[in-house]
Design a protein around this ligand. Structure first.
Ligand code: SF4
Length: 332
């Protein structure tokens, strides 16, 4: 007898064949949702691959800012999300907090003309638009170094939002000085001034976790995402984006033990042997896990009934400037 999940999968596949829709899923989605997707990847890969896809509807399984990026880059598409779940990090900053960060730097004696803002792709469209309007751009965890190198050529101070860890880690790798708004340091002494946002999931990995695994399995490799705290990244053997972590593990010898510091669903899907989750606490992203197969089915059914639900819209002015910030990154 079939279980509910199998029945739901069959219904989803039947509707997918009937409708002009592409299902897109981020690496951190639940396995059963990930398995029924047509396009999978990290946030940038998804935005790029979706731009090349010609379906009318994009059913996006991920978090809100990702659906917004697809809509901003491909305004002709109708983007629907089974759950409009908001990434905890993206939620830590909005247009008002962005303005306050600029005001903080102005007060410290850095004029707006001397600031170049860079936002991590994990930010909402209003923040991307603010960045685009000020001449700045978007970056991802895989291209942050390249984007920052380019930005530094302009001889300006970089305001990096919203993830302090990514900003600090890149600064450390590039031998640059960084500070975090609110840490008491004078921003004039830093090259990169970071907003104090963070990913609640990647904060779970600690120096103690690394010590534990190194002691338990001498020779183990520690691989982490740059959203982890700088103290953790400094002790890792490899720091990389989601796609870079996947590549590192695929290319490693099968017998090499590896402890991975990133989201649980992704780590769990990697090779079954000699791979460990670098935490005693399950590092599952709650918002990524909100989307269920039933949500996907109901969203497809609503399209079939010509009454789409959870459609993503971005106001034209915000979309215009957010697109500028995204396209500056893509041009590089
Ligand atoms: Fe946001 Fe962190 Fe979840 Fe990624 S893992 S979606 S950064 S809260």
């Amino acid at each position: 007898m079939k279980n509910t999940q199998e029945e739901l999968k069959e219904k989803i596949i039947a509707l997918k064949e009937k409708l002009d829709v592409t299902i897109v899923a981020h690496f951190y989605q639940r396995d059963e949702v990930f398995e029924i997707a047509d396009i999978t990847g990290d946030s940038l890969e998804l935005a790029k691959k979706t731009m090349e896809d010609d379906s009318t509807f994009v059913l996006f399984c991920g978090v809100g800012f990702m659906g917004q990026s697809v809509k901003v880059l491909s305004p002709e598409k109708r983007v629907v999300m089974p759950k409009i779940a908001c990434c905890a990090m993206a939620r830590m900053m909005d247009a008002l907090y962005f303005d306050e960060s600029i005001a903080f730097m102005n007060k410290a004696g850095i004029s707006s003309e001397d600031i170049l803002p860079i936002t991590y792709i994990n930010s909402n469209a209003d923040v991307k638009a603010k960045v685009g309007k000020m001449g700045g751009m978007v970056c991802t965890s895989s291209n942050a170094k390249k984007i920052i190198s380019k930005a530094l050529e302009e001889g300006k101070k970089i305001l990096f939002v919203p993830d302090r860890c990514l900003g600090q880690n890149i600064a450390q790798q590039m031998g640059l000085k960084s500070c975090v708004i609110g840490d008491g340091k004078d921003p004039k002494d830093s090259d990169i001034i970071c907003f104090n946002g963070f990913c609640s999931v990647h904060q779970l990995f600690s120096v103690d976790d690394i010590k534990f695994y190194r002691k338990k399995y001498p020779g183990i490799k520690i691989v982490v995402h740059p959203e982890c705290d700088p103290s953790v990244c400094a002790l890792a053997d490899f720091v990389g984006s989601t796609s870079q972590i996947i590549k590192y593990i695929e290319e490693a010898p099968k017998e090499q033990k590896i402890a991975v510091g990133t989201e649980f669903n992704l780590v769990n899907r990697l090779r079954p042997e000699n791979t460990y989750v670098l935490s005693s606490t399950k590092p599952e992203c709650p918002t990524m896990n909100e989307t269920t197969l039933e949500d996907v089915y109901l969203t497809l059914k609503a399209i079939d009934e010509a009454e789409p639900i959870n459609e993503i819209t971005v106001d034209p002015e915000t979309a215009k400037w957010a697109k500028v910030a995204l396209e500056r990154m893509m041009a590089l």
